[in-house]
Design a protein around this ligand. Structure first.
Ligand code: ZN
Length: 460
């Protein structure tokens, strides 16, 4: 089976061929840790988590090196630290811890390495030095700038020719820039900002150099896959590519550039100014992380994803169906198997998650209709397929109980028995009254062919 991936740079889908199958490298731009991540930031996390799982399936768990950086020096971090009167590390440690916790709740595996920018300043200074030496960067007024005119391929990734950037420059161009498109590699720190020493004077790195320097230091160039949200294509990835290629004098920086589409909120772009920012950290108080993960992967990763209240309901129902199928065979022992070919094929086709979802439902149907002697294998196949996508790891009973204690569980089970008896006796008013009682306990009754089951309402 061939894994095919879409590459933003060549604008084509083609078979994935790693440079070294024994060490497949992937880098994804990570969070700037000054606040809680919004739901748009969570999309690449789960998308590239699925790719990480697929790569491990194809090449072996030990053969894939996945790096996701932590931007822990930045204007917003500095501002927040100054406002609280603390060191930037206090802010970045706090929000990085929250980020790790929230992304784990979304079922994302921990990347192999999570390099922090402040721990790689030497690598950045070294890469900037190489750029200056090769004539691709210049120092001016305490700054070091990348010389975009020195790199003929600048603009290739985003499809924006350098000339267009001049015409489109709306902001006033700093007088020390040779070209309006030139961008900062190193800049002087303002008063009370963190500062590091460099051959061009004390200061701090620009944002773009962080990723290319850490990739060179931790993964080695070129890498197999570079990922991120489509909004990073320009300028961030365009600049990373320019830096990496020029500093190391190499024709390729990343063999595959992968970008996930935007996330829109009920048809609107999510933004602070519109006041419609959705924060997983808050949502997770009432919605299981697995439901958020299902919603985030419900569209193909390159398509825009419309985030609506309805999407969360649909995702909850989809998982209830799958967990329901598992709950009915909870006592069936099974031997783990490899994920089914049809599902792997769907994911190998440029991570076609909607098709993989259809395969999961087909596997659940097979499980439901299997004769008793076929249940164990059908269960094993459903679980193996789900695991490749990062789903169905919970115990089905626990999934539906949603943290209910034993007293509540016993109470609910007794009420369901009483309700079944009332319905059998066609005593509809009594059955209705019991249902209302269950509702008041924060319980949703799920009627099915094999009788009624229940689940706790989210946030109850
Ligand atoms: Zn980056």
């Amino acid at each position: 089976m061939t894994l095919t991936l879409h590459d933003t740079l060549t604008r084509e889908k083609r078979p994935f061929v790693p440079v070294n199958p024994a060490r497949v490298t992937m880098y994804v731009c990570g969070p700037t840790v000054y606040g809680y991540a919004h739901i748009g930031n969570a999309r690449p996390v789960v998308v590239f988590d699925v790719l990480f799982r697929v790569l491990r399936h194809f090449y072996g768990a030990d053969a894939v090196v996945y790096a996701r950086n932590v931007t822990d020096v930045d204007d917003k971090i500095n501002a927040k630290a100054a406002a609280e009167g603390v060191d930037i590390r206090v802010i970045t440690d706090r929000f990085f811890a929250a980020y790790e916790q929230d992304m784990a709740a979304l079922g994302a595996l921990t990347p192999t390495v999570q390099p922090r920018a402040t721990e790689h300043i030497d690598a950045m200074v070294e890469q900037i030095g190489a750029l200056v030496d090769r004539g691709a960067a210049y120092a001016a007024e305490g700054h070091v700038l990348f010389d975009t005119q020195a790199f003929a391929d600048y603009g290739q990734l985003s499809g924006r020719p350098l000339e267009d950037m001049v015409a489109g420059a709306r902001v006033e161009v700093a007088p020390y820039k040779r070209h309006p498109g030139d961008f900062v590699l190193w800049k002087p720190s303002k008063v009370n900002e963190p500062v590091w020493q460099s051959p061009w004077g004390p200061g701090r790195p620009g944002w773009h150099i962080e990723c290319s320097a850490m990739i060179a230091a931790r993964l080695g160039l070129p890498i197999d896959i570079h990922g991120g949200g489509v909004d990073l294509t320009f300028p961030h990835h365009e600049n990373e590519l320019a830096q990496g290629r020029c500093a190391h004098d190499i024709p390729v920086y990343a063999h595959y550039w992968m970008h996930n589409g935007f996330l829109d909120l009920s048809g609107e772009k999510m933004s602070k100014s519109l006041g419609n920012v959705v924060i997983p950290h808050d949502l997770l108080a009432t919605v299981p992380g697995e439901v958020l993960r299902w919603a985030l992967l419900s569209a193909h990763y390159r398509a825009p994803l419309d985030w609506t209240p309805d999407l969360l309901d649909q995702s909850r129902r989809a998982l209830d169906r799958l967990y329901g199928a598992l709950q009915r065979v909870k006592d069936v022992a099974f031997t783990p198997v490899d994920p089914p070919a049809a599902l792997v094929e769907a994911l190998a086709d440029d991570l076609n998650t909607p098709r993989a979802y259809a395969e999961l439902f087909a596997l659940a149907r097979t499980l439901e209709t299997a004769p008793p002697e076929g249940k164990a294998e059908a269960k094993a196949l459903l679980l193996a397929g789900a695991q490749l996508l990062g789903f169905l790891a919970a115990d089905p009973d626990a999934w539906f109980a949603g943290g209910a204690d034993d007293t509540l569980k016993a109470q609910v089970e007794a009420l369901l028995v009483a309700r079944a008896a009332a319905r059998a006796a066609k005593d509809w008013p009594a059955a209705d009254a019991i249902r209302k009682e269950l509702d008041a306990l924060g319980v949703v009754v799920l009627d099915g062919a094999q009788g009624a089951t229940w689940r706790r309402k989210d946030g109850a």
